[in-house]
Design a protein around this ligand. Structure first.
Ligand code: PLP
Length: 470
C-alpha cells in the first residue's frame, strides 16, 4: 500500500485508514477505542505539522501503522498494573512503595464494593466520627495520647506547621543539616513555605548545637522542628543536639517540638535483618516530642497515608484546621491502614505481624532465597542464549529509610549471549507482568529478596518466552 506521491501532504495517511489498518493488527492491546482514535488523530496531526514546518517526511503507510502500534503498546504499558521488583530495594517509590497484605487488600475490596459505616455511629444510628476506630488503634499502637491520619506524611507536616506556626508566631526553627530533599520532590523548605511558615535555619550542614537553636528563638517563634535524615547519612565531624535536649529547650520557652520521622518503623528493625535500628514513633514520643508524623507506606507497611501522633490537644487542633478536610483519606485507604494497624496489634510480644514488607526484610538468604534461586535456575536450565547463575548481593530498605543499611541478599545473575543487557532489561519490562532488575558487574541481576515467591514462576516464564527460539 505504498504511496509514492511526490506531494508530502498527500502521503499523510487519513485517520480512518490507519484505524482500519489497526483493526487487522493481531494482539493489539485491549485499550478502549476512544484512546486509540485519539492517539491516531494526534499522531496524524503531528505529522501534518511536521510536514508544514518541513521537519517531517511521511514514511510508508505500513511504517506509520507500525509506529502507531508501538505507541499504543507503550500507552497500554503505562497503566498502573503489577510489576515484579527485582531491584532489591524493598520500599521503592517508583514501584508503589510498600506492598499490602492480601487480607488488607480483601478488606479494602469489601469496603469499596459496598456501603460502609465510615461516618455512621452504629450504636446511635447518628452521624459518626470518620476514622475514629483507626485513630484509637493508632494511639494504642504508638502509645500516644492521640493520633490521626492524613493523605501522606507531607500533608501531615503541612498540617502541623499550619496549626503550630502561623500569624505572629510563624517561625519554625530547623537545623541546616535537616533541610533535606527526600525522593519524589519532597523538599522540606518548599513544604514549609507552602504552609505559610517561615523557615529559620540554624547551624551548619554538619554541625548544629543546642545554643544555635536557643539563639534563634524569639517572639515570632512558633515551633521547633526536627526532620529525620532519611536518604543521606553524615559521618565524621557532625554534631546535633539530642531530642531530649531540644525538648527541654522547647519546654523552657513554651514551644512545641515536632519531629518528622518519615519512615514509620513500628517494630525493631535490627531484629528483622542485620541492619541498624530505625527510630519508632513510640520512641520519639517517649523522648518528650509533642507531635510526630510518619508515612503509612514506608516501613509501616500499609497504604499511602500520613500518621500524626502525640499530644491530644494538638491533634484535636489539627483536625479542626480547614486544610485537614482537604487532606483527608478516603474509605479504602482508611480501611487498608486500619487492617494494617490491627495486624500489628494482633501480633503480641516478640511476634512480628505477617506484613509482606516485614517478611521480605527478614527472609534468610540460606533458608528462603537460596532454595528459590536453585529452583528458578532449574526452570531455566534448557534456555539457549542465556547464562544463569546466582550472586550474593546487598538489598536495601529504600524509601529514604536507613541509607546505611545493607541487607545481605541473593540475586539471579543473567548474562544474555544473543542480546545486550539493556535489550534484556527492555524485553523484561515489556512483558504482561514486567520485571525490573539492575545491571552490575556487566550482568543483569534480579534480587530475590524483593520478588515474591509466588512470582518466581512468572520470572521463569518471562525469560523462557524472551529466549524461545521461534
Ligand atoms: C518520606 C518522608 C516524607 C514524605 O512522606 P510521604 O508519605 O511520601 O508524603 C517526609 N519526611 C520524611 C522524613 C520522610 O522520610
Amino acid at each position: 500500500m505504498s504511496d509514492k506521491s511526490p506531494n508530502p501532504f498527500a502521503r499523510i495517511p487519513a485517520v480512518d485508514k490507519v484505524l482500519t489498518a489497526l483493526e487487522k493488527v493481531a494482539d493489539l492491546p485491549p485499550l478502549p477505542q476512544p484512546l486509540i482514535t485519539d492517539l491516531v488523530r494526534k499522531t496524524v496531526e503531528k505529522m501534518r505539522d511536521g510536514v508544514k514546518a518541513g521537519t517531517t517526511e511521511p514514511g510508508e503507510f505500513e511504517d506509520t501503522v507500525a509506529s502507531i502500534r508501538s505507541e499504543i503498546e507503550s500507552l497500554y504499558r503505562s497503566r498502573i498494573h503489577p510489576v515484579i521488583n527485582g531491584t532489591g530495594v524493598c520500599i521503592h517509590t517508583n514501584l508503589g512503595r510498600s506492598p499490602l497484605h492480601p487480607d488488607v487488600v480483601k478488606a479494602i475490596a469489601g469496603v469499596g464494593q459496598f456501603y460502609n459505616n465510615i461516618e455512621l455511629n452504629l450504636d446511635s444510628g447518628e452521624r459518626g466520627k470518620r476514622g475514629g476506630f483507626l485513630e484509637t488503634c493508632l494511639a494504642t499502637l504508638i502509645e500516644a495520647e492521640s493520633a490521626t491520619v492524613t493523605n501522606n506524611c507531607a500533608a501531615a507536616l503541612i498540617l502541623m506547621l499550619k496549626h503550630l506556626a502561623n500569624g505572629e508566631k510563624n517561625e519554625v526553627i530547623i537545623s541546616r543539616g535537616e533541610l533535606v530533599e527526600i525522593g519524589g520532590g519532597f523538599r522540606v523548605p518548599e513544604i514549609m513555605e507552602a504552609s505559610g511558615a517561615k523557615l529559620v535555619e540554624v547551624g551548619a550542614t554538619n554541625k548544629t548545637s543546642l545554643a544555635d537553636y536557643e539563639k534563634a528563638i524569639g517572639p515570632k517563634t512558633g515551633m521547633l522542628l526536627k526532620v529525620h535524615r532519611s536518604n543521606f547519612w553524615m559521618d565524621g565531624f557532625t554534631e546535633e543536639p539530642s531530642t531530649e535536649d531540644l525538648v527541654a529547650l522547647g519546654k523552657q520557652h513554651e514551644l512545641p517540638v515536632v519531629e518528622d520521622l518519615g519512615s514509620g518503623a513500628m517494630v525493631r528493625t535490627d531484629e528483622l535483618a542485620p541492619i541498624q535500628q530505625e527510630p519508632t514513633a513510640t520512641e520519639v514520643l517517649r523522648r518528650g516530642v509533642d507531635l510526630v508524623c510518619v508515612s503509612g507506606d514506608k516501613l509501616f507497611g500499609g497504604p499511602q497515608a500520613g500518621i500524626i501522633a502525640g499530644r491530644a490537644d494538638l491533634v484535636a487542633g489539627i483536625k479542626k484546621e480547614p486544610f485537614f478536610r482537604a487532606l483527608r483519606c478516603d474509605k479504602m485507604i482508611l480501611t487498608g491502614l486500619q487492617e494494617t494497624v490491627l495486624a500489628y496489634l494482633h501480633a503480641s510480644g516478640s511476634e512480628k505481624p505477617p506484613l509482606p514488607l516485614i517478611r521480605m526484610l527478614s527472609a534468610s538468604v540460606k533458608e528462603d532465597l537460596r532454595p528459590r534461586a536453585e529452583s528458578i535456575l532449574e526452570g531455566l536450565s534448557d534456555v539457549e542464549g542465556l547464562e544463569c547463575g546466582t550472586v550474593e548481593t546487598i538489598a536495601r530498605c529504600g524509601g529514604g529509610t536507613m541509607p546505611k543499611s545493607e541487607i545481605p541478599s541473593l540475586a539471579l545473575e543473567l548474562n544474555p549471549t544473543t542480546m545486550s543487557l539493556p535489550k534484556l532489561a527492555q524485553r523484561l519490562r515489556e512483558k504482561d507482568v514486567p520485571v525490573m532488575g539492575y545491571v552490575a558487574e556487566d550482568r543483569f541481576r534480579l534480587d530475590l529478596r524483593t520478588i515474591f515467591p509466588e512470582q518466581d514462576a512468572i520470572v521463569v516464564q518471562n525469560l523462557l518466552e524472551i529466549f524461545r527460539k521461534d
